[in-house]
Design a protein around this ligand. Structure first.
Ligand code: ATP
Ligand code: MG
Length: 453
């Protein structure tokens, strides 16, 4: 190839991010914490496909919603003509799966999920085209206790993640008959102020007037603020359900404020709706949203099954964790194996496996195109890895059946290097690692190595 033709670079899709190794520890911390909190409330994991039939979302979320109108990645399968969509959310998919597999046949079920969602939105801070949600769905529960439990569970998660400054907003949007009464009055009200309605509001006036309340148009704010409030239309059952939720929250010391304008973006919600909001993320401040959706099972043609759930945006929560100093940068490994020569490499492979058998994380130095590299360059890599120890097996060590162990971390690192027989290297390192972990806050012993892992 003598021509110096420039090859065009292929880049990622706009609004869809790579999660790089440096960020992986924070994701792992978040996901492990979520998993253990959800498990501690008896929630079981469910994984549904990323691709679903397009009409699942059109029917489930409502045709006149932001998501269905303009945010879905929908396409036709070129091979068979199926109309498919990358899931913009996971509640519809879970209800479909619950119906298909009769998940609630022997009683209510608590399930949770974690995975990527796709919405064609304008990418900006906290708003991406591929983003990730963790969600929980309580299927088959009708009482206010489960609504409250979901909220208490969120609070525990924030606490475990060290997150403060997330506040809870709560509302009840009642049941269908109440909403229909309100809707009629709302349409009449908007009709009497038609000169103030923007194009979007006019288009939604008869199809989804409730969503007009959600407008971000400043010119419509005061008119919208004075509109009839759904809250004033709630009947006895909706009211007592809502009071039940509030009582449990109060009993459990969960602060909340009632926001009668909170309506949420999907049609399937009824009664309790809630959002967890922070002021620390700019305008994308909602980190979690949820509510009750008692009619979704019947909308999909199944037996009426009450349900309640929430979804949280992982990217927004991780940003909040970073902002609150929750930096998490654990070492890549405990031990880095440095070696030279054929025999040194062979010994390193053997030692590496034995150390892993003993439960340590080990990185073995591997050659580049120019060879294994000098001791010096290998030691640099060892240091960057964050390992507590480098184990060195050069020609001298290999020929005398020994290894050199050098502490790389801690208070008294300088010159801390020992030569031990190959056969006792594992015991020595395990002792040092566990000793350092157990007595981290000591000590007078000058030979003691402190590991801050
Ligand atoms: P918003 O009002 O911010 O658009 P939403 O009401 O559309 O949010 P939900 O459908 O309730 O959001 O999703 C639950 C959570 O998922 C949100 O509170 C948010 O944290 C997160 N989320 C939603 N859309 C995005 C996105 N495009 N990028 C990143 N996170 C998102
Ligand atoms: Mg949205």
């Amino acid at each position: 190839m003598s021509e110096n033709k420039k090859i065009e670079k292929i880049t990622g899709v706009k609004g869809m991010n790579d999660i790089l190794p440096d960020d992986a520890p924070l994701w792992e911390l978040f996901e492990n914490t979520v998993q253990s909190v959800l498990k501690s409330y008896g929630f079981q994991q469910i994984r549904t496909p990323i691709v679903e039939s397009t009409h699942l979302f059109a029917r489930g979320l409502g045709a006149v919603t932001d998501i269905v109108e303009k945010e879905m990645y929908s396409f036709e399968d070129a091979l068979n003509g199926d109309k498919l969509t990358l899931r913009p959310e996971n509640t519809a998919g879970i209800v479909r799966a619950a119906l298909e597999h009769n998940l609630t046949y022997d009683g209510p079920k608590r399930v949770w999920y974690n995975g990527p969602m796709f919405r064609h939105e304008k990418p900006q801070r906290g708003r991406y085209r591929q983003f990730h949600q963790v969600g929980a769905e309580a299927l088959g529960f009708s009482g206010p206790d489960i609504d409250a439990e979901l909220i208490v569970m969120c609070q525990r998660l924030w606490d475990d993640l060290g997150l403060q400054n997330i506040r809870l907003e709560l509302n009840s949007i009642g049941d269908a008959p109440e909403r229909n009464l309100h809707r009629a009055d709302l349409i009449a009200y908007f009709e009497s102020h038609s000169e103030l309605l923007d194009a979007e509001a006019q288009r939604r006036l008869y199809s989804n007037p409730l969503r007009i309340l959600d407008t971000k148009n400043p010119a419509m704010q005061s008119m919208v603020n004075a509109a009839p409030k759904l809250f004033d239309y709630l009947g006895e059952e909706s009211k007592s359900h809502f009071e039940g939720v509030q009582k449990i929250l109060r009993d459990n010391s969960i602060p909340f404020s009632i926001n009668t304008r909170l309506v949420r973006g999907m049609d399937y919600y009824n009664r309790t709706v809630f959002e967890w909001v922070t002021d620390e993320l700019g305008s994308q401040g909602t980190v979690c949203g949820g509510g009750r959706y008692d009619s979704l099972f019947s909308i999909f043609g199944g037996k009426a099954t009450p349900a309640c759930g929430f979804a949280m945006g992982i990217e927004r929560l991780l940003e909040l964790m970073k902002a609150s100093g929750e930096a998490h940068n654990p070492a890549q490994c405990d031990v880095y194996l440095v070696h030279q020569g054929e025999k040194g490499r062979a010994q390193s492979f053997v030692l590496g496996e034995r150390l892993r058998d003993a439960g340590l994380d080990v990185v073995l130095h591997c050659a580049s195109a120019t060879g294994t590299g000098s001791f010096k360059s290998q030691m640099k890599k060892a240091d960057v890895s964050g390992a507590a120890y480098a184990v060195i097996i050069g020609d001298d060590e290999a020929n005398s059946d020994a290894v050199t162990i050098k502490a790389l971390r801690g208070d008294d690192v300088s010159g801390n290097q020992v030569n031990v027989p190959f056969s006792s290297a594992v015991d020595y390192l395990v002792d040092q690692m566990t000793g350092a972990l157990e007595t981290d806050a000591c000590c007078d012993d000058p030979n003691h190595i402190h590991i801050h892992h």
